[in-house]
Design a protein around this ligand. Structure first.
Ligand code: GLU
Length: 300
């Protein structure tokens, strides 16, 4: 789906919680190849929205790794830490529509997945302390989108999910709001990312509808999982990529994505990426949510 100028705009949006690892390289590479195969632009957005979860130096280390792997971005990097006024404006729009309410429930009284089980949804005379801001989801709200890889996704959002937080009690804006506002602000037409974010997408589509934004095309890639079925991530000791092994890291990521093997004569990462762009085929990527690390010869 091209934007109003007819151009594909994709993005990679890492959170700087640790260095780039094979799992995040796969998302970066697939979004890069898909964008370039469609003669589009590929942007990088640094999702440095949640300082308590971030690691010092991780943002620069991720950007350095992307460069070492030949993944050059178009346009300036957008840092979410500098976007508070855009998030505040979106919050005001939602508030003017009567979509928001404060919730001062404490951890002890919240239900499963942080659901508000109190009476916050009905206007309160006074709050007992700091409050999160939640968005009301009408009970009958459904969200339907067709994922380019995983197929049709239909969610009974109002039944399956409680009103979710868009500004946290600690005053930080929530990921769901920030990502929706920034995808729209950057004119993103195509989102290629890991399937661990598949359950966030209906919330983002809901916010797009409430804010009058268009919905990009989504493509959720399989993620690598450990023997215990957990996502390959920093928390699960995914090792940082060795930047001096960029070519073999890229080959590994291409194999994971079942792309055609570039000839050994293509020695530089630039040549390898050019070949991969030309031969990129989403049809080859396994249409499954996850692939165990052992299946691709990794031990975790
Ligand atoms: N920053 C998110 C993460 O690293 C990804 C956001 C996205 O691609 O929408 O998990």
């Amino acid at each position: 789906m091209p934007d109003s100028n007819g151009q594909y705009r994709g993005r990679f949006a890492p959170s700087p919680t640790g260095p780039l690892h094979l799992g995040s390289l796969i998302a970066a590479l697939a979004s890069y190849l898909d964008a370039h195969h469609c003669n589009g632009k590929w942007l990088v957005r640094m999702e440095d929205l949640d300082p308590p979860r971030e690691e010092t130096g991780a943002a620069d280390s991720i950007l350095y790794s992307l460069q070492c792997h030949g993944l050059r971005w178009d346009d300036n990097i957008l840092y979410q830490s500098a976007r508070s006024s855009a998030y505040a404006a979106a919050l005001e729009t939602l508030s003017d529509r009567g979509d928001l309410f404060p919730c001062d429930c404490t951890r002890a009284t919240l239900g499963a997945n942080g659901a508000c089980q109190g009476s916050c949804r009905t206007p309160q005379a006074s709050l007992s302390g700091p409050a999160a801001i939640r968005i009301r989801i009408p009970y009958a709200q459904e969200i339907l989108f067709v994922d380019r890889l995983q197929g049709p996704e239909h969610t009974l959002l109002g039944q399956s999910l409680q009103d979710f937080v868009i500004k946290r009690k600690d005053t930080l804006y929530a990921y769901q709001l920030a990502v929706t506002v920034d995808d729209a602000a950057q004119g993103i037409t195509h989102i290629v990312r890991g399937s661990d974010l598949l359950d966030s997408t209906p919330r983002q589509v809901f916010l797009q509808q409430r804010l009058g934004y268009s919905t990009p095309r989504y493509c959720h890639l399989p993620v690598i999982t450990t023997g215990q079925g957990q996502k390959f991530s920093k928390q699960n000791h995914a090792p940082a990529l060795d930047n001096s092994m960029a070519r073999s890291n890229l080959l590994r990521a291409l194999r994971f994505l079942r792309q055609c093997e570039p000839p050994a004569t293509l020695e530089s990462v630039e040549q390898l990426l050019m070949h991969a762009i030309e031969h990129w085929s989403l049809e080859q990527v396994p249409a499954v949510p996850s692939i165990p690390a052992a299946n691709i010869g990794l031990s975790v």
